[in-house]
Design a protein around this ligand. Structure first.
Ligand SMILES: Nc1ncnc2c1ncn2[C@@H]1O[C@H](COP(=O)(O)OP(=O)(O)OP(=O)(O)O)[C@@H](O)[C@H]1O
Ligand SMILES: [Mg+2]
Length: 281
């Protein structure tokens, strides 16, 4: 691997990422004083406290990341592809992950850690993803920097319809959302994305060559999760929880399918501004 490829990655990343890990990468190299060992219990606590209704995704991400952090010599970077409808926590979870600067060094290795986040992949030019493919592959060492310790996160709404259908089917059968067959969900996602002509980079050899470790489904959110989101907004705004306001905000949110109103059409998106409309000033 040539070092100009690294340069390409660094030129490319600021364009394609929202929360780029480039700066983490540099701070990992130059700012050793602030490093703490990764603590999976704290990480789990952070995730469980702030992410609602996404236990399937949460458990996969928690296990995958902890596994990587405990591995002194991973054969390749961890590559996760997060899928789901709008407003259900895909970008949000990456912010929680990126906050954990402690990851820069794991407790069993002294390699720099970096987290690269590619948001809205489905809207991206398919050629871009091919450029970073070498970094996701096995056994890459450049100038003593191993990308094998890095985490690459791809986010997209590709597969959202399939996820909604499976979630609705399960909801109609009265099943707990955590009890859904995750294996089946991942297989469906994998096949759906691979065969979907509109899913952009998914036609790339990334899938063919199995460089994505896990396809992680984010489910549509139910009324009870929206309530949690509204209360969390109130807390972050330092407002005493007002359940009447919470109910009127929820009445202002669209749900689907029309006859059952099982899931929020926009997830928790726009709740913050809806709250402004319904607060008693
Ligand atoms: N599962 C969740 N738990 C807690 N808060 C959530 C959850 N989902 C969404 N939110 C809240 O809603 C906001 C918007 O969600 P987010 O940006 O993660 O959506 P998204 O899944 O990335 O959607 P899009 O596909 O449109 O980008 C978040 O900043 C967060 O405040
Ligand atoms: Mg997003």
């Amino acid at each position: 691997m040539k070092s100009e490829k690294i340069l390409v990655l660094f030129v490319l990343l600021p364009i394609v990422t929202v929360e780029t890990g480039v700066f983490d990468f540099f701070s990992g190299i130059f700012d050793n004083d602030k490093l703490r060992p990764f603590n999976s219990t704290d990480f789990e606590k952070d995730l469980r406290m702030s992410l609602y209704g996404q236990n399937i995704a949460l458990n996969t991400i928690l296990k995958a990341v902890t596994w990587l952090m405990k591995d002194p010599d991973p054969p390749k970077p961890l590559v996760l592809s997060l899928h789901g409808p709008t407003g259900v926590g895909k970008t949000y979870i990456t912010k929680i992950i990126a906050q954990l600067k402690a990851w820069i060094y794991g407790n069993v290795s002294s390699f720099p850690r970096s987290i690269f986040i590619f948001d809205e992949m489905d809207k991206m030019n398919p050629h871009l993803i091919e450029t970073i493919k070498p970094f996701l592959d096995y056994m890459l060492h450049v100038d003593r920097v191993s990308f094998n310790h890095a985490i690459f996160l791809f986010l997209s709404q590709a597969g959202a319809n399939m996820i909604n259908e499976v979630a609705l089917d399960s909801w109609r059968k009265g099943k707990e959302r955590d009890q859904m067959n995750t294996q089946r969900m991942e297989t469906l996602l994998y096949q759906g994305i691979f065969n979907d002509k509109n899913s952009g980079f998914w036609h790339s050899s990334l899938i063919d060559e199995h460089l994505v470790d896990h396809f992680v489904p984010f489910l549509p959110l139910e009324r009870k999760h929206l309530k949690q989101c509204v209360l969390a907004e109130m807390t972050s705004l330092n407002i005493t929880h007002d359940y009447d306001v919470m109910d009127s905000v929820l009445k202002d949110m669209p749900f689907f399918p029309p006859e059952e109103e099982a899931f929020s059409l926009k997830g928790c998106k726009t709740l913050h501004n809806k709250l402004g409309l319904h607060m008693k000033l």
